[in-house]
Design a protein around this ligand. Structure first.
Ligand SMILES: O=C(O)CCC(=O)C(=O)O
Ligand SMILES: [Fe+2]
Length: 538
């Protein structure tokens, strides 16, 4: 059902839960009625016995009493037994079960998916477990509390997904949140055992030892713990620095200028706003009205905001209307499916892209054709070779990791690209069909740009160099949603028939220095001379 990847699905499920509540109420009412009846019988029987006791031995002298006792022990008790035997509220229970077994309902795997989403939010936005457990997400208080058991569940997944820092912070939180009751007494050794594991991965050997000692104090007989500890000591070998104590930070420090940074890390730093352009770097960027591309624009100019010049990245404001969005919502109703990414041999469902999407051809509705005319005005491109309109909805925690929109040759060769004859994706127009309450921006790590979704706006960028080579600087992704629901529309424009719109060049404009371009020209000249010579020699 993949319900966690879309708020749209989540509202449906939420509606079903309302019905489940009603069935549970019915179940309770039926059972209450039964219990009330049984209680009344119990009191009746007790009264009769008390009366008998008052009579003493004389009780059995009365033939009437004999009869009453017999009647009770046969018919009345039989009735009670029968009633006790029947399962009450079965109908309500079956209805409840049926609802929960619906396709759309979340399953255990999706519970993990929801925790994954939460961990992603924590990692990307550098949130603290302490705050999340109190219901505070990036400064906004949602007022819910996570108990110790839930914190342990989250920690387990964090450990499994190689986030020992996050696991560590969730375990500390779980420990702080232990309550008095029996249930939480069982949790304590579990928490300590997991802490030992996390501390081992974080190489906090001193802390590990201390935690282990605490663990065997409350669970001395556990062979499993002892075995884990043994094998851990062995793996450390000679160099076990058991006195090494390390303060454990919940998040890795922000990398310094020039330090190597992983791609997902760079994407995350852009999402969280830690990577951004300085005012000086942005000084040459302009905002303005665009009127040149179509005479109609003299009446209704486009509002353009330049975000980057090379590669070109522009944000257009107010380029789609509520009436159009209403049509789109109607067109995509019940058509969304879990998004996939292009894998090695096939499209695959992946945690890298958790959203729901649908492709709709422009011929489906005249509104889509109108939008395309506007896209042509915005981009000065020929829309004849554009893909179908793609609509996507992201739920809480939903995201799309860093990627390039253009196709790698390997994907084309493997036959994974639809209509490869239309060429590569020369440009993208990404419409924002909703605002997003918190998070959910579009991040371009290489350009240090974070676009906050703004309803009715659209981002436009070139994916390819003028030579047709894919431009790696256009790498981007959808940051995870903290709160709200995000709707976007993608227009992917292909290379075909654009030569009069964006003339191609033989050099690759990723070669930023002029010297490099001259060098490439020289090579090209030499190569073409060689071709000429070959032609003459034939
Ligand atoms: O939703 C976003 O912000 C970006 C989506 C995206 O990059 C894509 O669908 O290719
Ligand atoms: Fe994209």
């Amino acid at each position: 059902a993949e319900f966690f990847s879309s708020v749209y699905e989540m509202t449906k499920v939420f509606g079903y839960e309302q019905k489940m509540l009603l069935h549970m109420q019915k179940f309770l009412a039926d059972n209450q009625e039964k219990l009330d009846f049984l209680k009344a019988r119990l009191r009746e029987f007790e009264n009769e016995r008390n009366e008998a006791r008052e009579w003493g031995a004389a009780y059995f002298d009365s033939p009437l009493n004999k009869y009453l006792l017999n009647k009770r022990l046969t018919v009345d008790w039989q009735r009670v037994e029968n009633l006790m035997e029947t399962s009450t509220g079965e109908k309500a229970l079956n209805r409840l079960k049926k609802l929960r077994n619906r396709e759309i309902m979340p399953n255990k795997g999706e519970l993990n998916g929801a925790i994954d989403g939460l961990l992603r939010l924590q990692y990307v936005y550098r949130l603290e477990a302490k705050d999340i457990a109190r219901g505070i997400l990036d400064g906004v208080d949602y007022g819910n509390q996570l108990n110790s058991e839930l914190c342990v569940d989250i920690a387990k997944l964090a450990l499994r997904d190689q986030h020992p820092r996050l696991a560590h912070s969730w375990l500390i939180e779980a420990n702080d949140r232990l309550a008095e009751g029996e249930k939480d007494k069982e949790l304590k050794p579990q928490i300590l055992a997991l802490l030992v594991q996390a501390k081992a991965e974080l190489k906090d050997f001193r802390g590990l030892n201390d935690t282990y000692q605490e663990l065997i104090k409350i669970q001395p007989a556990s062979e499993e713990h002892a075995k884990n500890y043994e094998s851990f000591l062995k793996s450390l070998g000679e160099n076990a620095l058991l006195n090494d104590s390390k303060p454990i930070l919940e998040h890795a420090p922000i990398p310094e200028e020039g330090e190597p940074v992983g791609e997902f890390q760079a994407f995350s730093l852009t999402c969280s706003g830690h990577w951004r352009l300085t005012p000086k770097e942005q000084r040459h960027l302009r905002c303005g009205y665009v009127t040149e591309t179509h005479p109609f624009l003299w009446i209704a100019p486009l509002k353009a905001e330049e975000l980057f010049q090379d590669p070109l990245l522009v944000l257009y404001h107010d380029v789609i209307y509520q009436s159009e969005i209403d049509v789109i919502r109607e067109l995509t109703k019940n058509k969304l499916t879990r998004a996939t990414i292009t894998g090695i041999n096939e499209a695959v469902v992946s945690n890298v892209r958790t959203s729901q999407f649908s492709f709709i051809p422009a011929t489906m509705h005249k509104v889509l054709a109108t939008i395309d005319q506007r896209v042509a005005d915005m981009t000065n491109m020929n829309m004849k070779y554009a893909e179908d309109h793609q609509f996507a909805n992201y739920g809480i925690g939903g995201h799309y990791g860093q990627h390039m929109d253009w196709f790698h040759q390997t994907a084309i060769d493997a036959g994974l690209v639809t209509s490869p004859e239309m060429g590569n994706r020369i440009a993208t127009v990404l419409f924002y069909l909703s605002d997003v309450a918190q998070g959910g921006g579009t991040a371009f790590p290489q350009l240090k740009q974070l676009l906050k979704p703004k309803k009715y706006a659209a981002a436009f960028w070139h994916n390819l160099h003028a030579s047709g080579v894919g431009d790696v600087r256009t790498q981007h992704g959808a940051c995870p949603i903290i709160a709200g629901s995000k709707w976007v529309q993608n227009r992917w424009i292909r290379e075909n028939d654009q030569s009069d719109r964006r003339p191609c060049e033989i050099w690759d404009d990723s070669l930023v220095t002029y010297d490099q371009i001259l060098e490439l020209n020289k090579q090209n000249e030499a190569a073409s001379k060689k071709v000429e010579q070959n032609e003459y020699s034939e």
